[in-house]
Design a protein around this ligand. Structure first.
Ligand code: BGC
Length: 762
């Protein structure tokens, strides 16, 4: 209480305490407050606000290391990340508020990526639900838990478009499409931030990684990116822009270079595009040590790269301490200006103001709230329902699924009874011990008439060097003392006693995520041999996959009757998988990234261009754009996913086939559930623009709707089509449409569509 009063004295004189930040008149009050505060600050303190630190893990027991404590007292820290829990955070906040000269509160951030303590599916999995309301609610719950845990700021959403599944961070994004990616970005920003950032149950979002990080060459993390402006504007930038338009409070710069200049020093990106073109008003933080890493990029020493970052428009330095250590000197030598430092400082202080931290630095530090709001039954139930909606049924030959709730199930595989790998990458606050394994889930769901037999069958990988690299955060890959043959033999004996085999195979949680690129994206290790042996028993086999990226599954698709992609489903993964396996929930997810047949096809994505020599699949294909040894198309195209039921699409109906100017044309189809289960279908709208001033993609997603249909039910699904859906960036980067013919396509995935043509005049 006493400490809260100390911080709020600053506001008292201005009469600003307790007012939510709503813009307008509040803007003026915030400006007055920040101006007043900055007038009291030394240059050193202003630079201190630009410094984002971790607690300095070297000191056991303490909340922050001695070095950090000292800086907090001197007002040389603007924010911290890496500590959680209201008690610990309170200690750090008290240090800043009580012991620094101007009592400026800190901002506390963390990687809250797919849930906080209640972990939801990895973002790639979430995106496969195509349900933006559901995804938004997962961000809302993450915000409730994170703020109850003392945090103000979440380093999410990650909206990098990924067309290369070798890149491990495709797991953190929403796939290959910018239209869907933008819709998800908006939903997540709203979910985290709500409408009033001063509330104690919301956090400020941080869209990342700006920009183009997903286009790392060769899929190797942190690697160079290089692309045309048209490709950038059309395919990579829209989700960041959508987050800005949704009011995201902060942006994180990416590690890669853009047009030869690392994003963190790229003035075009950070100032011309982000602020001048898009009107972003929040603050920009770098990625972890992105400033000092620019020395290795070859941009100069720490002083130089720090000045370049500030000049570009960066406001906060994550961990590198380049700003703290060098900006004073750069100011003295004229490399940066006082105004630049003050602008950055103002933006950081504004963020704190908007979050209500000046009014009450302890507003998110209530131990009781933490005990009531974290990992509740309701959150777990939400995570379970969400996970089930993220799964994608890739194959279901002979309707092996859903399983009957009777008989004997052989549950096999290194991921079948494995807490450690349920949560997936970037679940820094999740407790894997509290996760539900597939075995537990089946025990919970299948009922008393199902007997469950279990055998591990294989290690995730048998390669000790590989395992060591993956296991940096703990033993995700455990290598059994038995030989591979012994393990397979045991699994086969188990399978022989069962009516059906459920093989839970795939990647370990940290085989995707940051710094987890792969050149071979098959199911790793001896797991294929295990699968072959299980299939050889003649028992029906269901493959449940854990994966943080599209895998190459040609062999599996050819041989295994049923495949369910469960990604990494989070805390309730096991229950959700069992719900789907036993038909309590009929899966309706659709992949948001194409699954290549082999690594040589990469990049393979649905919205490619036609080339001058398009290949139509004909046998005589010399001098056409194709491969000698593999088809062009992926194994599973963007938007693909099956259901336990089947859907029939009627023809595309257009309200008119000739439109002019600002007309709204309605494109509709009937969708009928022709099977025997109720099911959800993601109806997808694509538009092709066959003749334009530039070569255009063969089609682009321009709408989607998820509908629930009872057996035998028919619904008409309609999409309003206006010229806003026909626009693209031309060679002058003007976003406009050109009159002519357009092909309106509606279907169950990007490959299987019905089409109708329309001509649209200016
Ligand atoms: C990652 C970011 C993350 C940051 C802080 C970086 O290495 O690229 O996504 O937010 O660390 O943990």
């Amino acid at each position: 209480m006493k400490t809260a009063m100390k911080a709020s004295y600053l506001l008292a004189g201005l009469g600003l305490i307790g007012l939510p930040f709503t813009g307008g008149a509040q803007d003026a009050k915030m400006n007055a407050f920040v101006t007043n505060l900055m007038a009291k600050m030394t240059m050193e303190e202003k630079i201190g606000q630009l410094n984002l630190v971790t607690p300095g893990g070297a000191v056991t027991g303490a909340v922050v290391s001695e070095g950090v404590e000292d800086k907090l007292r001197k007002g040389l820290v603007g924010g911290m990340f890496g500590i959680t829990g209201p008690e610990k955070i309170r200690k750090a906040q008290e240090l800043a508020v009580n012991q620094s000269r101007l009592h400026i509160p800190l901002l506390f951030g963390l990687d809250v990526i797919h849930g906080h303590k209640t972990v939801f599916p990895i973002p790639l999995g979430l995106s496969c639900s195509w349900d933006t309301a559901l995804i938004g609610r997962s961000a809302r719950t993450a915000a409730i838990e994170a703020s109850a845990d003392g945090l103000d700021w979440a380093y999410s959403p990650m909206v990098d478009i990924g067309r290369d599944p070798r890149w491990g961070r495709v797991s953190e994004g929403s796939g290959e499409d910018s239209w869907l990616g933008a819709a998800i970005a908006r939903a997540m920003v709203k979910g985290y931030q709500g409408n009033d950032l001063t509330r104690n149950d919301v956090v400020m979002a941080c869209v990342k990684h700006f920009a183009l990080y997903g286009a790392a060459e060769g899929g190797r993390d942190y690697n160079t990116t290089d692309m045309s402006r048209i490709k950038m504007y059309e395919h990579y930038l829209p989700p960041y822009k959508a987050a800005v338009e949704a009011g995201v409070g902060s942006v994180m710069s990416s590690f890669n270079d853009v047009d030869g200049v690392p994003a963190t020093a790229n003035k075009w990106l950070m100032t011309d595009l982000l602020r001048k073109q898009w009107g972003f008003k929040g603050f920009v933080v770098t990625d972890y040590t992105a400033i000092s890493e620019m020395m290795a990029h070859g941009l100069g020493d720490l002083k130089q790269v720090s000045a370049s970052a500030l000049n570009a428009g960066i406001d906060m330095d994550m961990v590198a301490e380049g700003f703290l250590g060098t900006l004073q000197q750069s100011l003295a030598s004229g490399k940066v200006t006082k105004q630049q430092i003050e602008t950055a400082c103002r933006r950081v202080l504004e963020a704190k103001y908007k979050l209500g931290l000046f009014a009450d630095p302890y507003r998110r530090l209530d131990v009781q709230r933490a005990s009531q709001l974290i990992l509740t039954d309701a959150h777990r139930a939400q995570a379970r329902a969400t996970a089930a909606r993220s799964f994608v049924l890739l194959k279901n030959q002979g309707q092996v699924l859903p399983l009957q709730k009777k008989g004997t199930v052989a549950l096999v595989g290194p991921l079948a009874d494995n807490h450690r790998n349920m949560l997936g990458t970037w679940s820094v606050s999740g407790d894997f011990d509290k996760s539900i394994t597939v075995r537990q889930g089946i025990e919970n769901v299948a009922g008393n008439d199902v007997q469950i037999l279990y055998a591990r069958g294989a290690n995730i990988s048998d390669d000790t060097v590989f395992a060591k690299k993956v296991n940096v955060f703990g033993k995700e890959i455990e290598i059994d003392s038995r030989s591979a043959d012994e393990m397979v033999k045991e699994a086969v004996e188990t399978a022989k006693k069962a009516d059906v085999v459920v093989a839970v195979l795939g990647e370990a949680a940290d085989m995707s995520g940051e710094s987890s690129s792969r050149t071979d994206i098959n199911i790793p290790g001896n797991q294929r041999a295990l699968l072959e042996a299980l299939l050889a028993t003649g028992k029906p086999v269901v493959l449940v996959l854990f994966n943080g990226r599209p895998l190459t599954l040609e062999w599996e698709h050819a041989h295994v009757p049923a495949i369910l992609d469960a990604w990494f489903g989070g805390t309730e993964a096991g229950n959700a998988i069992a719900d789907v396996l036993f038909g309590n929930y009929n899966p309706g997810g659709k992949v948001t990234a194409s699954f290549p047949r082999n690594v040589g096809q990469i990049p393979v994505y649905y919205n490619h261009k036609n080339t001058g020599r398009p290949y139509n699949g004909e046998a005589e294909s010399k001098f056409k754009s194709n491969y000698l040894d593999a088809p062009n198309d992926p194994l599973y195209p963007f938007g693909y996913g099956l259901s336990y039921t089947s859907f029939a699409y009627g023809d595309v109906q257009l309200s008119t086939t000739k439109a002019t100017g600002n007309a709204t044309v309605t494109a509709s189809v009937t969708v009928t559930n022709t099977g025997k289960y109720a099911g959800e279908e993601v109806v997808q709208l694509y538009i092709a623009d066959p003749v334009a001033s530039i070569a255009r993609p063969v089609k682009e997603l321009r709408g989607f709707q998820k509908v629930l249909l009872q057996p035998g039910e028919t619904k008409t699904v309609s999409f309003p089509v206006t010229t806003s859906l026909l626009k693209f960036y031309n060679t002058n980067l003007k976003y406009d449409w050109e009159p002519g013919e357009f092909i309106i396509q509606i279907g169950t995935n990007s490959r299987d569509v019905k089409s109708a043509s329309i001509s649209w005049d200016k």
